[in-house]
Design a protein around this ligand. Structure first.
Ligand SMILES: *Cc1c(COP(=O)(O)O)cnc(C)c1O
Length: 429
């Protein structure tokens, strides 16, 4: 495969942009090689600066559930851009999208739009702390909630020890207020509540973990979190930045029938433009300025272009045939991979939830960070590059989800299964 132009651009980009990118995973560090510079996307396909074409399973890491350049979104954006790109004043578009989100997820009685998932989680935590008058929060190892200081925290060795910053530049004093438990382990969360019964403001969780690869919640885990947070007067925050409008139209909370106190959204609700949102119970949300004393603002928040892309995306998703179609494509892919792997006697685990899928190079299906990180990442890198040569753009890290969109056709899925078969076969030798 010719990557000459990408190589040149990557060289030059590294002079001006740290690592040549604006978000680390794009640099292919986990798998090695040259990241592709993309010029165009259409449906399930992306095209790079060397004229290569790929079936895309990154889909911008989740927002593009309709695929690239969806005609309905593009048309609406063309119209919107002619009306002006930003006003710093209210528009009806914000109300429209807020109504749609609230109708899909009734736990969001009110919401506030921001510009990214990071902003949403950061603001939701501030609000939770204000509402409860408490400082500590619980997160799960391997859970990703954006890059706010207090969330870039990892577990110390053993629950009894203090949490540690997971990045330079995060003050240890911030990290101390973040407690880390293993995913799918509500007993560990119960112990944290016993230890700090009146200090924990909130538990923040990806209801389906998708940032250590896809790791679904085990039966009862989310119910336990709901019960524990209620018992101890803490808030339950669902980070549905990925799962919102992905697990189902009503998010993971709809699938599992759990009502969180606050929900964070992003990705799909922006339809490919920068949007985040956080929302929940009215009495909590009314603590935000200007109705309440919790400050949070944004020059471009509720941006008319971003709202437009979000509205059109949700409109397209709110059709009865949509989620069954996504599920069918994802199941087809999962089955195909599982069958291929077992015919080759290869130990891999396909972890899938709705249209999110990870192929783990592990002996057993991961249930938490520790078991996920036992994966054979060297083998994954070979797998990734093998797929790239087959014209498939798979997420360039073992610990990310592949995203299936409505634009992926039966033929795309069939081709992908065959290509995966060829690549896995090559790995055996
Ligand atoms: C992507 C992601 C975020 C951060 O969103 P950004 O828009 O990248 O800031 C937060 N939480 C989860 C679960 C995510 O997947």
């Amino acid at each position: 495969m010719n990557l000459e132009n990408s190589r040149k651009l990557f060289q030059e980009a590294q002079r001006y942009l740290p690592g040549g990118v604006d978000s680390p995973v794009r640099a292919f560090k986990a798998v090695g090689g040259t990241p592709l510079f993309i010029t165009r996307g259409e449906g399930s396909r992306i095209f790079d600066v060397d004229g290569n074409e790929f079936i895309d399973y990154v889909c911008s890491w989740g927002p593009l559930i309709l695929g690239h350049s969806h005609p309905q979104v593009v048309e609406a954006l063309k119209h919107a851009v002619e009306q002006g790109t930003t006003f710093g004043a209210p528009t009806e578009l914000e109300l429209t999208l807020a109504r749609m989100v609230s109708a899909a997820m009734p736990s969001l009685e009110m919401l506030r739009f921001v510009n990214s998932g990071t902003e949403a989680t950061m603001s939701a935590l501030r609000l939770a702390r204000a509402f409860t008058g408490r400082d500590k929060v619980v997160k799960f190892a391997g859970g990703y909630h954006g890059h706010a200081d207090g969330l870039l925290v990892k577990a110390g060795s053993g629950l009894a020890t203090l949490s540690l910053p997971d990045s330079l530049g995060v003050p240890a004093s911030y990290a101390r207020n973040t407690l880390v438990a293993p995913y799918n382990n509500s007993e560990a969360v119960a112990q944290l509540f016993q230890r700090y019964p009146s200090e924990i403001a909130a538990v923040i969780v990806e209801p389906v973990a998708a940032n250590m690869g896809v790791v679904p919640p085990q039966p009862g885990f989310l119910d336990d979190l709901r019960r524990l947070t209620s018992d101890y007067g803490a808030l339950l925050i669902f980070d549905e930045v990925i799962t919102g409008f992905r697990a189902a139209y009503g998010g993971a909370q709809g699938v599992f029938g759990i009502t969180p106190d606050l929900t964070c959204l992003g990705k799909i609700i922006g339809g490919g433009l920068p949007v985040g949102a956080y929302g929940g119970k009215r009495e909590i949300m009314e603590m935000i300025a200007p109705t309440g004393p919790v400050y949070q603002a944004g020059t471009l928040s509720g941006n008319p272009l971003a709202m437009t892309a979000g509205i059109e995306t949700l409109k397209a998703l709110n059709q009865p045939e949509v989620y069954p179609r996504l599920e069918k494509a994802a199941v087809q892919l999962e089955k195909g991979i599982v069958e291929t792997a077992s015919s080759l006697n290869l130990k891999i685990n396909v972890s899938r939830f709705a249209s999110l899928l990870t192929i783990f190079f592990t002996a057993t299906p991961p249930v938490d960070y520790e078991s996920a990180f036992g994966a054979d990442t060297a083998l994954f890198s070979k797998f990734f590059h093998g797929l790239l040569a087959e014209g498939i753009y798979w997420p360039p890290s073992q610990f990310e989800a592949a995203f299936i969109s409505l634009a992926h056709t039966d033929e795309d899925i069939r081709y992908t299964i065959e290509a995966i078969g060829r690549v896995l076969k090559g790995l055996q030798n």
